[in-house]
Design a protein around this ligand. Structure first.
Ligand SMILES: [Zn+2]
Length: 382
């Protein structure tokens, strides 16, 4: 028992020191000892270890007050990396990130969604390319985080169901085990929620992230942790019913919220109303920015249903913060006031000022969230 406790304390000290080094550019051992209230001997032992592992390096002598010179140390942010991979119905996105969350390499590939095995081959080839280019081995690469739409058994790395990718009970982790690094598989809305949370964890504990992409997802953070549900299928916000016998949803059921609020709905509704044939959300956005009347009408209707959905979330969970993100941020940005009005229109139970509803700070936060999984595990800040 005592053994275990000792190694736990040792590990905690190490992580605290790494976290401090990440925050400060250069620092002396004495200052680390003072700031963290850890004995100078323990600090020295840890720093020696970290130096041996290539994580920390001496930088230069600093003038200390006693006239003696002290060596400052610095964390080499490029000593370890992580790779985030996002799999969407049309794209594979890969980001190599260092310990300071800086994106070192960013790859995106358009694909035709012609089978998961094909997609895995493309991902593997690109991971191999990045690892060769940056000379990464299983020590330098902390791990890989994979983001995708669908329900995921996070512990096992198994995709339970993703109709957008056409897979069910699919062990995705297994496919990358040959890399000999930790592999994390998670739902895109969970990862977006997680990334937005990491960047405001000093101010919030609970947060909901509504993700508008090809589907409609929800990431739930409760007390700083992703809430996954007892069967890994929490947050299927897109498939709550808003209409009996309503529009057909891609999941196969009818009347799901997603059938009225995924980004493609804007494109389809526009084409239906105008008999035009625009092909994607970028075209819709372009028209909207040119003050096209039809886009405005479509958007008004869309915001009413989205507002109803988010209102239901507030009724159910009474959250402190709701972040809306995904692929239509530019369009929603100047519509937030209208959306908020729609959200609170029939809600007589909660105070409008008790929940902060805001647009996401980051684009593609699911990709960065995926990349942060191995890093946070390494730093054990989560
Ligand atoms: Zn559905």
């Amino acid at each position: 028992m005592i053994e275990v406790n000792h190694s736990k304390i040792k590990e905690t000290n190490r992580k605290k020191i790494i976290a401090l080094l990440l925050e400060k550019n250069e620092i002396t051992k004495l200052d680390i000892s003072r700031i963290l209230d850890i004995s100078i001997t323990t600090v020295s032992t840890n720093i020696t270890e970290l130096k041996n592992e290539g994580i920390v390096e001496d930088v230069r002598s600093l003038e200390s007050t006693g006239g003696r010179k002290a060596i400052a140390i610095k964390l080499d942010e490029n000593c370890r990396y992580s790779i985030g991979v996002a799999l969407t119905p049309n794209h594979i996105k890969i980001a190599l990130v260092n310990l300071k969350k800086e994106i070192i390499e960013n790859i995106r590939i358009r694909h035709k969604n012609n089978g998961i095995e094909n997609l895995i081959t493309i991902i593997s080839e690109n991971i191999d390319f990045v690892m060769k280019k940056y000379n990464l081995d299983s020590e330098k690469l902390l791990g890989i985080g994979l983001s995708l739409p669908g329900t995921v058994d996070f512990q096992e790395g198994i995709v339970k169901y993703s109709y957008l990718l056409g897979i069910k009970d699919f062990n995705l982790r297994e496919k990358f085990e040959y890399l000999n690094v930790p592999i994390y598989v998670d739902n895109e809305a969970n990862l977006s929620a997680y990334y937005e949370f990491l960047n405001r964890k000093d101010i919030v504990k609970n947060l909901l992230y509504v993700s508008i992409t090809d589907g409609l997802g929800l990431g739930i953070i409760i007390n700083g942790k992703i809430y996954r549900g007892d069967n890994n299928s929490s947050g299927e916000f897109g498939h709550i019913k808003v209409s009996i016998n309503g529009k057909k949803c891609k999941c196969g059921a009818k009347g799901c919220l997603e059938a009225y609020t995924s980004k493609n709905v804007l494109v389809d509704s526009y084409n239906e109303a105008t008999l035009e044939d625009i092909s994607d959300i970028d075209e819709f956005e372009e028209l909207y920015l040119k003050n096209d009347t039809a886009t405005k009408k479509v958007l008004d209707k869309y915001l009413k249903i989205l507002g109803t959905g988010i209102s239901n979330l507030i009724m159910l969970l009474d959250p402190d913060t709701i972040i809306i993100g995904g692929d239509i941020n530019n369009i929603l940005n100047d519509k937030m006031d209208i959306l908020k009005k729609n959200i609170y229109k029939d809600n007589l139970f909660t105070d409008e000022n008790s929940c902060t509803i805001t647009m996401a700070d980051f684009k593609e936060s699911y990709l960065l969230g995926a990349a942060m999984m191995p890093i946070e595990e390494f730093l054990e800040i989560k």
